[in-house]
Design a protein around this ligand. Structure first.
Ligand SMILES: Nc1ncnc2c1ncn2[C@@H]1O[C@H](COP(=O)(O)OP(=O)(O)OP(=O)(O)O)[C@@H](O)[C@H]1O
Ligand SMILES: [Mg+2]
Length: 323
């Protein structure tokens, strides 16, 4: 299995549960494992009954397992602050206010949120040498994945900028013969350096997502969840990213044959409907179903987490899917 493993899926399908269960499975298989969550509701904290923050913290009572929670709002705030600071350094005071206003507006678009989070994901991937496996609770969505096309776009832009700036520096040098200062300034041009840095980050992200990452989608046996999964698979394919497998979560257990009564009848009907959906999943997707996890009576945490981990046929070592 790749170093980075992502679990995506519609809201509430069980991404956090499955991510934590898989992370536990990896840790118990002897891998130093970090689970990274971006859930504003701090569900990872619920699963492990422990508070986490922005820095990896050892999960109490478990060996080789660390967790961190990225707060998306904080991340957007930090991201925007950074942009504002850089702008302020480079433009005249007169237009700073206007820029601030624009940044404030951009901040409210959903894309800003995703872009800020994606930036943070890249940061985690860049500094993950200490871990054998990093499990991301949430995979990048279509909007974010389109950022992977950014390097090509930036490439052309940077080239044109460098050409323009070189020309103006040349003119400047001709006017002030022998002034090496101008040439040095071009090499250190903060705008070009910034764009270059950005381009390299996204190149790194594209490479890492394609070569060192595996993606799984969590799906519930219902129509909406299946449609969402189809969309996610298509969006990822657009960026040359394959989905390794599907985790079907919240499968209703069937009552015993001899059980009668209203509850048992309801359950039997429910099980039959879900069976149809699961058959559809197996038929409609090329990606294999790597687990069918039963609905538990209670939230999945504590000992239940280990039980769910056992149901995941996702390799915790080298290679890929077990079955
Ligand atoms: N198989 C299951 N049996 C019983 N409860 C489950 C199961 N899977 C998930 N749950 C419970 O359902 C709730 C939602 O699950 P979870 O938080 O994992 O979903 P999510 O996809 O991460 O949600 P979000 O999109 O809000 O981040 C949690 O309370 C979790 O304990
Ligand atoms: Mg979650």
């Amino acid at each position: 299995m790749e170093q980075f493993v992502f679990f995506g899926g519609k809201g509430g399908v069980g991404k956090t549960t499955v991510s934590c269960a898989y992370a536990l499975k990896c840790a118990e298989a002897g891998l130093d494992t970090l689970v990274v969550s971006t859930d504003p509701a701090h569900s990872t904290a619920d699963v492990f009954d422990q508070a986490f923050d922005d820095d990896p913290t050892a999960v109490e009572g478990r060996e080789r397992l660390w967790a961190m929670e990225i707060d998306p709002d904080e991340e957007v705030e930090r991201h925007m602050g950074e942009i504002r600071r850089r702008m302020n350094e480079q433009v005249s005071a007169a237009i700073v206010n206007e820029i601030d206003r624009q940044i404030e507006l951009a901040h409210r678009t959903p894309g800003a949120y995703e872009a800020a989070l994606f930036d943070r994901f890249i940061e985690v991937m860049r500094t993950a040498d200490d871990y054998d496996r990093v499990v991301f609770d949430t995979s990048p969505t279509g909007g974010t994945l389109r950022l992977l096309a950014l390097p090509d776009f930036l490439e052309g832009w940077i080239e044109r900028l460098v050409a323009k700036r070189t020309k103006s520096v040349d003119l400047f040098e001709k006017a002030a013969v022998g002034d090496r200062e101008a040439r040095r300034k071009l090499d250190e041009d903060p705008l070009i350096a910034h764009l270059q840095g950005r381009k390299e980050r996204f190149e790194f992200a594209g490479r890492t997502l394609r070569d060192e990452s595996a993606f799984f989608l969590v799906v519930n046996p219902d129509e909406l969840s299946i449609r969402e999964t189809e969309r996610a698979v298509a969006e990822m394919a657009e960026q040359d990213l394959g989905v390794e497998g599907l985790v079907v979560n919240r499968v209703t257990p069937a009552p015993d044959e001899d059980e009668q009564g209203r509850g048992a009848t309801w359950l039997r009907d429910r099980v039959a409907t879900e069976r149809e959906r699961i058959d559809e999943i197996r038929r409609a997707f090329d990606e294999p179903v790597v687990a069918e996890i039963e609905s538990r009576v209670r939230e999945v945490k504590g000992d239940l987490l280990a039980a769910v981990a056992d149901e995941l046929a996702i390799d915790a070592d080298a290679g890929s899917v077990e079955a």
